[in-house]
Structures are given as structure tokens and as C-alpha cells.
Design a protein around this ligand. Sequence first.
Ligand SMILES: Cc1cc2nc3c(=O)[nH]c(=O)nc-3n(C[C@H](O)[C@H](O)[C@H](O)COP(=O)(O)OP(=O)(O)OC[C@H]3O[C@@H](n4cnc5c(N)ncnc54)[C@H](O)[C@@H]3O)c2cc1C
Length: 587
Amino acid sequence: MTLARRRFDALIIGAGGAGLNAALQLANANLRVAVVSKVFPTRSHTVAAQGGVNAALANVFEDNWHWHMFDTVKGSDYLGDQDAIEFMCREAIPTVYELEHNGVPFSRLDDGKIYQRAFGGQSQNFGGAQAARTCAAADRTGHAILHTLYQQNIRARTHFFDEYFGIDLIRDEEGAILGALTLEIETGEPLLIEAKTTLLATGGGGQVFRTTSNAHINTGDGMAMALRAGVPLMDMEFFQFHPTGIAGRGMLITEGVRGEGGYLINKDGERFMERYAPNAKDLASRDVVSRAIVTEVKEGRGCGPNADHVLLKVDHLGEDIIAKRLPGIRESSKIFAGVDPAVEPIPVFPTAHYMMGGIPTDRLGHVVIPSSDGSEEIVPGLFAAGECACVSVHGANRLGGNSLLDILVFGRAAGQQIINHLKENPEHRAMDESSVEQAMSRLSRWEETGEGIPVRELRDEFRKVMEDHAGVFRTDEIMSEGVEKVKEVREKLKDVRLGDQSKIFNTARIEALELENLIDIGMAIVLSALERKESRGAHSRPDYTERDDENWMKHSVYFKEGDRLDYKPVQTKPLTVETFPPKPRVY
Ligand SMILES: Cc1cc2nc3c(=O)[nH]c(=O)nc-3n(C[C@H](O)[C@H](O)[C@H](O)COP(=O)(O)OP(=O)(O)OC[C@H]3O[C@@H](n4cnc5c(N)ncnc54)[C@H](O)[C@@H]3O)c2cc1C
């Protein structure tokens, strides 16, 4: 079979906020850029972001980027790299203005400035001022941003490959990345895209857990592609459980609800967050609130017939605020929980939401292989940005409103750096046909016929294992068992067969490829989690309850080959300001 091939200056896999903001830089610089997305671009998960994007614009209260930086460092439980955090918080301000100028319809204050709301983990103590740092377009901020970026890319003539699935990276013997093998979902035909640079912007992988706020497409494909190309994943044990998923379903109720004045109650009607976080209460950072909810339920103060959730009270805000600021969550509550929040409280429980870890990159978007001495080796021709990447700005726990910021700032930075890289490396490298064959064999693997396990069955089993063994509270026993079970699932994958071998729109084949990816990153999560013997941010261990700065101020680095773990020290030195030294994290 002859394999169809196309050539571009730059290939971007992923059309969420990160991929599209990078593409826009490149297309505006008149480079030939291809954006590949397994769904139509505006269906990327960025579209679902509700609450908003952080920038210290100080439109409501006094604020500045240095405070934003402090909150982010503290929120990360001191595991975030302070140079990258400083860069992000400073860039936040021009980034939001750029969005505004590109046409994002932000909500407005009475004086016409961009509306900003309070979100979890934002300081309330500087000079007595309260922070309201999250810029919002009602509760549909991601929708507004993604559509604007897509339209700007159409104007700039970015070349889109819609509904193409990225299978694997192609690399030569020196480890340089030459592009990727993709699959046109409609026809089932493979297409090789050769490129001088490749950017992974494939988003998160919340689908590793059974209950998640993430879309079905969030299967961590780019992270698994990186693993298979010899690139490690960093800080994978840090997975954020958002405190307010719709109980039993997982769909998200934005933190913006609490930012607007909503609060949590247990079965006695008690506002229990006052006990766990006396100052910030319901707006403590997410890990803190999620643990509080799970503890309330465990100790018998849960609501409902099974006492398995708590309630989020909103009705006291009044019809007006709900209609103006929270129309989307009202709709989701009605559809998925059968309650109108203007009348009744919403049943909520933590839901798997966000990956703090991912493909290690520097501030400019280069993918790097970190070493235990703190040095980094750049992978030639490969870049990553967005939720699939780990810069690291979120450390052990991400603050709400900082992910949209991360994808935009580092998507843009990667785009700019790719432009520089292409100036210095104007030629395509020679294609490595053995690497192409290897990628093709991943595809032909799914042509094997005969009796076997259906994809769905193994996928359900795997996601339950992850939920039971890598959830909010983690002990040695629970996680050791988890590692064994994920290994078993990985073995069983060899026996999975597709019932349907047809080519045209064969979604079963796509699901099989996604399942392989899920299992690869699931292993990274459980192994990194088992080895980290401390509690920090979202990683909470009843058998090691304290944060251990002496031994664990370091990033975990997982390599697929041999399931090997390494570590890299945290960068505690910012770019221009003084270090924020680690302190106990209280809210
Ligand atoms: C419900 C919800 C609400 C959120 N609300 C907020 C919020 O208010 N504020 C905030 O800061 N953050 C929020 N977040 C987090 C934030 O939205 C995400 O982290 C961010 O949008 C991720 O953007 P991204 O560009 O990295 O990836 P995504 O937007 O997830 O896009 C990934 C892209 O990669 C493509 N892709 C993936 N795999 C492949 C493949 N194999 N082949 C081809 N294409 C592929 C997809 O098609 C898609 O285009 C929320 C997240 C969720 C789930």
C-alpha cells in the first residue's frame, strides 16, 4: 500500500486553546501550519471551560501579578517551578487583553471593564483587599475563547485536518521528531504528515477515571505518544479532583458558583467548610475542598438516601445573578441532576478533573528530558503546550482559572519559539522509514481477528481500577494493588479484538487506540503515586500525612521503558523577584 504524505513547516496535534493559539502565531507569520484534531476544532474540551481565566487586571479589587504568582506557588504546594510561574502570571495581563482585542465577548462591569470574579485559592489578605482575578464570559468562558481563536485561525488561513486521529510520532535515530502518522477517521486511511516541528497540544486524560468532568475525547493521546517516543511524563501522580461534580455523574459545576457566593452544606445543613478552612471557607483550593467533602461523607454526614454526596446551595443568590452569571450550570443541573439551583441545592461530589502532570517542557514550549541534576535535554523538533504539557506551573495542585491561562500563555510562547526554530532550521530532515513502519504496525495490530476481549469491557475494568486505586485518598496498600491491577489490564490488552474491521468511520478502532493510550498514562499515574511517600497538594496519603520538603521537593519523571522513575529538583528561583520559600499551606 502506498502511504499518502503531506509536508508542512509545522504540525500541531490538537485544536483546543493551546493548539489554536500556537497555530495563530505561525499562520500570522506566513508559515505553512497544519492543525490535526480528532474532533471538529470547536468541540475540543476547552469549549467546556466555564468559570474563567486568571489575570491580575485589578478591575474589581486591588491586585497585581506578584500576588497572582504567590497564590499560584502556594496553590502548587511549592512544587511549581517559580520561574515558569512568574512568566505565566506576568504574561496573563497582555494575554487577556489580546483575547479581548481578538473578539472574546467577556462579561462587563458597570464601568465597561472586563468582569472578574473570585475563585478558589485567591489571596484575601494583601492590604485588606480581596482578590477577584478570574475574567469571565458568564459561565461559558472557554466557549467564547475557543470560538474566537478558531475564527482568527480561519482568517489567518491555518490548514485544518478535522477528524484526523494522531497515532504516533515519527522520529529518526538521533531522536529528532519528523512529524506524525495520522488516520483520517472518515475513510480509515492513514496519512503521514511530515513537519520540521511538531507541537503536541492534545489536552488532558480525565477519561482514565470512571467519574470525570472531562469529555470522552480526553484520553491522553499526546502523552502516550510522547511516552512511546521515549519521552518521559512528569508529576503524573498529581491529578486534580474537582470538588463539585454532579453527584454520581461527574459533570462539572464550576467553582465560579462558589465565587458568586454559593456554599456547601452537609446533611445537617452545616456549612462544613468553616471547619476545614476557617478563612477561605468554600473558596479554599480544590484539593482541600475535595478532601473535606470525602471526609464528610465517610464520617456519615453525607446527603441523600445513600448519604453519598453533599449539597451546593445557590438559591440565596437570587434569579437575577443566576440568570446573568450562571446560566450554563443552571441548565446542566436541570438536565443531569434534575434540580433547578434557583430553587433547590445541587447534589455534588468530587470528580476527576485535571492533570497537573504531563510532557515535560521548558517555558518556551520545547519538550525536554529532565535529569536528576536539574539539567534538561531538548528533544529536537518536538514542542508541547496545554494540559498535556507540564511546564510546571501547577505543581501539586492547580488553581481554578489558571489552566485556560496556561494553555493560552504557553501555546503562544510555543508558537513564537517554533517561528525562531524554523528560522534556524529551514530544511526538513530525512524521513525515517523504519519509524513510519513501526507506527503503521500500531494500526495493523487492530486487524488481528479471532476471539478476544471487547474494547469496552477492558476500558470499563481499567477505569474502575483507577477510580478505586488512585482516588482522593491513597495508601500504600491501595496503590500497590492498583499497580498490579493496571499491569494485569496492560497484559489483557494483548487479547483485545475488534468485532468490526471495516474502515469507514470505524469508531471502535479509534476507541481501541485510545484505550492503549489510557493504559499507558494510567501506569504513569499509579507508579508515580505509589513512590511519592508524602502528602502534597492533590496527592494525599493517610499513611504519610505530612508534606516532606526535605526529601520530596522534586518532580517525578516516569519513563515507559522498564516502568522507570527518576526525579528532578523543583526550580525555586523565579526570573526577577525573590523566591517564595515553602510554608505550611493553610486557607
Ligand atoms: C468541564 C471543564 C471545565 C473547565 N473550566 C475551566 C475554567 O473555567 N478555567 C480554567 O482555567 N480551566 C478550566 N478547565 C480546564 C481547561 O479547560 C483545560 O485544561 C484546557 O481547556 C485544555 O486545553 P488544551 O488546549 O490543552 O486541550 P483541549 O481543549 O482538551 O484540546 C485537545 C485537542 O487535542 C485533540 N486531540 C487529542 N488527541 C488527539 C489525537 N490522538 N489526534 C488528533 N487530535 C487529538 C482534540 O481533538 C482537541 O482538539 C475546565 C475543564 C473542564 C473539563
